[in-house]
Ligand binder design. Structure first.
Ligand code: GLU
Length: 294
């Protein structure tokens, strides 16, 4: 097996203590297995991207001694590849256009006696499925992957162990191209991981429940499923996951070794007393290899 891993940040802000954990873990896993590590900029959601954040992230990674082994790719330049994947799904009957607005979905769920629970995303009720008449003359807004009948996915996460999700009841037919014309993360990530030959995905645990949707897309597109390892999340003082949305500070890279030591600790690795970046990273590669065989 030739190992290929990746770190795939969305440039919605600079790296913070939480995202450094995912970056370091994915890099250590690649190095511990003699593999390559690629950086991919996930800028499909243009309106959420912050000018300058990509440069900042790359500079922050470099300050920590983490360098992509291949030129960095950007999702914003890959629309035609995502379009080809969508066309294949449409041809196979695995995707369909949808005319429903958010309000249409809420009303349909209400009418079916299964209203959306507060703070939960709505499970799409299947209104525009072809067997229910499709668009019925309404214009397409978004495109959905057809989960119906495929719902139950089981997989093994290297850290979390056996996992399963009934995608049909948890999320229903999910969006692969959004009403605003943007590509959905689920489709872009699956197409890119396959095209870049990614064998191992190491990323934050907040993304674990996306994995079953990605596995369904991989299967429908005839793509291999990488191995997954979801890393522990770093919690902020308020007990919530540290994220750009809840005000996590950009990493202060005046002292990259201090930032890396904190990230290593979050990953359960021993602290490094070294004041040399290369030897600290080498120390963690050894510790990682023992802890997480591929
Ligand atoms: N772009 C996603 C994020 O920054 C990560 C996607 C992934 O690793 O699959 O949260």
């Amino acid at each position: 097996m030739s190992y290929r891993g990746r770190f795939a940040p969305s440039p919605t802000g600079p790296l913070h203590a939480g995202s450094l954990v995912a970056a370091l873990a994915s890099w250590l896993d690649a190095r511990a297995h003699g593999g390559q590590w690629l950086v991919r900029i996930e800028d499909v959601d243009g309106p959420r991207c912050v000018p300058g954040a990509e440069r900042q992230i790359i500079d922050q990674l470099a300050a920590c001694g983490l360098h992509s082994d291949a030129p960095v790719i950007r999702q914003s330049s890959r629309g035609s590849t995502y379009q080809a994947a969508l066309e294949r799904l449409l041809q196979q009957g695995d995707a369909y256009p949808c005319a429903c607005s958010r309000q249409d979905i809420e009303l349909a769920l209400l009418a079916a006696g299964t209203p959306r629970e507060r703070h939960q995303a709505a499970t799409y009720p299947g209104t525009c499925r072809p067997e229910r008449g499709g668009l019925l003359g309404r214009p397409a807004r978004a495109w959905r992957f057809r989960v119906a009948g495929l719902g139950h996915v089981e997989w093994r996460d290297r850290r979390l162990g056996a996992q399963s999700q009934d995608v049909a009841s948890a999320v229903g037919d999910f969006i692969v191209r959004r009403a605003d014309g943007l590509w959905a993360y689920q489709l872009a990530v699956v197409v890119d991981d396959a095209e870049q030959g990614i064998t191992h995905v190491v990323r934050g645990e907040d993304l674990a429940d996306n994995t079953p949707r990605q596995i369904l897309l991989q299967q429908a597109l005839g793509l291999p499923t990488p191995r997954y390892l979801h890393t522990p999340l770093v919690m902020g003082a308020n007990g919530e996951k540290l994220s750009k949305q809840n005000g996590a500070h950009a990493l202060d890279l005046g002292n990259p070794l201090a930032a890396l030591n904190v990230a290593a600790q979050a990953l359960g690795l021993p602290a490094s007393a070294s004041d040399d970046l290369g030897s600290a990273l080498g120390h963690w590669i050894g510790a990682w290899a023992e802890r997480w065989p591929a």
